[in-house]
Each structure stands twice: as structure tokens, then as C-alpha cells.
Design a binder for this molecule. Structure first.
Ligand SMILES: [Zn+2]
Ligand SMILES: [Zn+2]
Length: 267
């Protein structure tokens, strides 16, 4: 049976090392560390480089990375756009040094007060920046995965996300199940999974009621993960899944993994 690898994301308010230590011993295959402020900027991660590499080796783990989700890679201010592309390039360089194999990027989806998103210009700028970031990743042995974000269809929803994924050569996709569930429910979750299956290289699992991006434990709210797992089993999904559970007590990330493993039929 083809099985995915299961991991957990580290705490935003801890260093990568502290974040990994509090998730140690639960049986995760990997950790998704935050490559972002306040504690995980490339400069700060460099200082922990030796300890991080040792910890990962000793615990038989591997790493994924999540840079800022607010990167303004589609900014119409060219200097800002370039600065953010450079920031992601720096994240790719630190990833190569730490042995991080996959790095998450969010599309830039700015909303204006009345809901306008100036989609055409933002689409073009996103495509240009993502192409630069993806090519840089390829050159450094780091896979870039583009994450879907919870947006109304009128402001950078499914259609625009698909446009980006289709127009950046070789770009892989990360489907965040919780994000896909917001506003449009389970139909939208399967719309994303079906549309992107061949490109999916990573998944984020967490629960919500379809209204807010709660990042709660699996089973706490209304996402039908049984049907998600059934779908993924049929497709023989064997890539990575991160439990992005934002609870103070880390047991909930482990409980979430046990629930999903149970649905998968593994211990
Ligand atoms: Zn994200
Ligand atoms: Zn996510």
C-alpha cells in the first residue's frame, strides 16, 4: 500500500529547534519549519544550522519549510516585488543548507476596500515572480509548492489559482484542505483535489467550520476527512501531509495524525 509521509508544522513563536523539540516523540516523519519572522528568518536559522541538522539526523526526520504567507510577490511596485522574490531566493538558499526539500509559497492576492483585486495585473506579476522562484528552487534542489488560499471566487479563488499553476512551467501544487473548505465546503475541496491531482506534491490538513481559517484538530469541526482520505487512497497518494494544527497543546497534532492514520487503515 502506498502511504504518505506525515508531519507537523512548528510553532510560529518558537525557534525551529524549540518547535521541533516539543513535537519530538509523537512519531512524525518530518517537520515543516517556519522560514519567517519572528524566529525563523534565514539569518536566525543560519545561526541554528548545525543544531538543526544534527537534530534532524538523530531523530531520523526530514524537513519542509514555510516562508512568509504575506509575501508581496505580485506587487505593482516593482522594487517591492523584487525584494520579496529575493527574500524567497534567500529562503531557498537556506533550505539547501538545512536540507529542506520542499518550500511553500502562497500567491499574492491583495484585496482592495471594495473587493477589487486588479486580477489581470496581479495574475501577470504572480506568474513572473513564481517563475523566478520556481526556477531558482530547481537550480538549488528545492521543490517549490504553491498553496491555495481561502478567497472568494471573485477575488483570487479557484480560477485564478489554476491560472497560476497552469502558467508557471513545472510548478508543483500544495492543496490546503482547510483553506479549500472555507466559503464553499466539501464540493470545493474535491474540486481542488480533482483539478490538481497530477501536480499535488504536498497537502495541509486541519479542521474548520467553513467560515474562518481556524486550523483546529482533525475531527473538531465539519470537514469530512474520511472522504478526503478515501479519495487520496484511491489515487495512491504517497507524498507529504502536514498537520497545521494551531493549538497550544501539541498533543492535538498527534491525535490528528492518529485519526487520519486510522482512516488510512495504518497504525
Ligand atoms: Zn501556508
Ligand atoms: Zn496551509
Amino acid at each position: 500500500m502506498s502511504l504518505p509521509k506525515f508531519g507537523a508544522s512548528t510553532d510560529l513563536f518558537k525557534t525551529a529547534l524549540e518547535g521541533m523539540k516539543e513535537l519530538q516523540g509523537y512519531g512524525f516523519d518530518f517537520f515543516e519549519i517556519l522560514v519567517q519572522e519572528p524566529f525563523g528568518t534565514p539569518g536566525k536559522l543560519m545561526k541554528e544550522q548545525k543544531e538543526i541538522i544534527e537534530f534532524v539526523k538523530e531523530n531520523n526526520l526530514f524537513l519542509l519549510g514555510h516562508p512568509p504567507h504575506w509575501g508581496e510577490i505580485a506587487s505593482m511596485h516593482e522594487g517591492i516585488r523584487k525584494a520579496w522574490v529575493n527574500e524567497y531566493k534567500e529562503s531557498i538558499e537556506i533550505s539547501q543548507k538545512l536540507g529542506i526539500k520542499k518550500l511553500v509559497v502562497h500567491p499574492h492576492t491583495k484585496k482592495y476596500p471594495k473587493g477589487e483585486s486588479f486580477e489581470e495585473e496581479m495574475r501577470e506579476n504572480n506568474i513572473q515572480s513564481l517563475t523566478e522562484i520556481n526556477d531558482y528552487g530547481k537550480d538549488h534542489g528545492v521543490t517549490i509548492v504553491l498553496e491555495n488560499v481561502p478567497r472568494k471566487e471573485s477575488v483570487f479563488g479557484f480560477g485564478d489559482f489554476k491560472h497560476l499553476a497552469d502558467n508557471v512551467d513545472g510548478l508543483k501544487v500544495l492543496i490546503d484542505i482547510g483553506h479549500a473548505h472555507i466559503y464553499y465546503g466539501m464540493d470545493n475541496v474535491f474540486k481542488y483535489l480533482k483539478a490538481f491531482m497530477p501536480k499535488i506534491d504536498h497537502l495541509h490538513f486541519h479542521d474548520n467550520y467553513g467560515e474562518e481559517d481556524d486550523h483546529l484538530p482533525i475531527g473538531a469541526c465539519s470537514i469530512d476527512y474520511k472522504s478526503v482520505v478515501e479519495f487520496l487512497k484511491k489515487k495512491k497518494y504517497d507524498k507529504t501531509i502536514t498537520f497545521e494544527i494551531f493549538t497550544k497543546d501539541k498533543d492535538y497534532a498527534s491525535i490528528s495524525m492518529q485519526k487520519i492514520k486510522g482512516m488510512w487503515g495504518v497504525k
